[in-house]
Design a binder for this molecule. Structure first.
Ligand code: BG6
Ligand code: MG
Length: 216
């Protein structure tokens, strides 16, 4: 087998919560009167909540916010986001993603989440994947978000696997950078497609089966 472990980003890879992140930030930005669009949103992929807020506030022309106000704004966005997440069900996990995960698991490859989100556990619960992964490395156990490799190195540690034996699947360029910094292989999907640092480009999620050398 080419890789012993696959580490999946969550938002925009396993499910389309990236859309809900956008809608929640947009609602907050509209409320306080800050310009926000899809291209700014793409810069938030893989970036922590507070760092995302800082990127959004680059458009702010008024008096700067205090640290306390910033925390309040991030909490407000998270409340909107969590309300949106409540709509999610097992149907938000596509059959292709589910089948691919199951085939990888059957072949003996270890599977982990490597996400900057503090909501990863809640999202996995919504889509029926609680307890499925061999490890979860997420926004609750890291001190630095992507492009820092910490989240992926911790996942490899939890899986007791060498970084060089891991493949990361990412929709964020910052995540592909993090995988490279961790010494791991990387497969780009969605917004990260075509990024030169990625080892593979996934037009379809199921291409992972072949990349990992799984024989049926
Ligand atoms: C990442 C998303 O997975 O999680 C980012 O790509 C997001 O856009 C980050 O900012 C933090 O998410 P949360 O759920 O902790 O606010
Ligand atoms: Mg993502």
């Amino acid at each position: 087998m080419k890789y012993k472990a696959v580490i999946f980003d969550l938002d925009g890879v396993i499910c389309h919560t990236d859309r809900y992140h956008y809608l929640a930030w947009k609602q907050l930005a509209d409320k306080i009167g800050i310009y926000f669009d899809e291209s700014i949103n793409n810069r938030l992929r893989g970036v922590s909540r507070m760092e995302s807020l800082e990127i959004i506030l680059e458009q702010w022309k008024g008096t700067s916010f205090t640290e306390e106000e910033k925390i309040g704004l991030a909490e407000e966005k998270n409340a909107i986001y969590k309300e949106l997440l409540k709509q999610m069900t097992e149907k938000d996990l596509s059959i292709e993603v589910k089948d691919t995960l199951e085939r990888l698991r059957k072949s003996g490859i270890l599977l982990s989440i490597g996400s900057s989100s503090k909501n990863a556990g809640f999202i996995l619960e919504r889509i029926g994947l609680t307890g499925f992964f061999d490890a979860i490395s997420d926004g609750n156990n890291i001190t630095k978000s992507k492009p820092d490799p910490e989240v992926f190195l911790l996942a490899a540690q939890y899986l007791k696997t060498e970084p060089g034996d891991c493949l990361v699947v990412e929709d964020a360029r910052a995540g592909i950078d993090a995988a490279a910094a961790a010494g791991m292989g990387s497969a780009a999907i969605g917004d990260a497609l075509g990024y030169s640092l990625a080892d593979y480009n996934l037009k379809e999620f199921k291409e992972l089966i072949e990349i990992c050398g799984v024989v049926s």
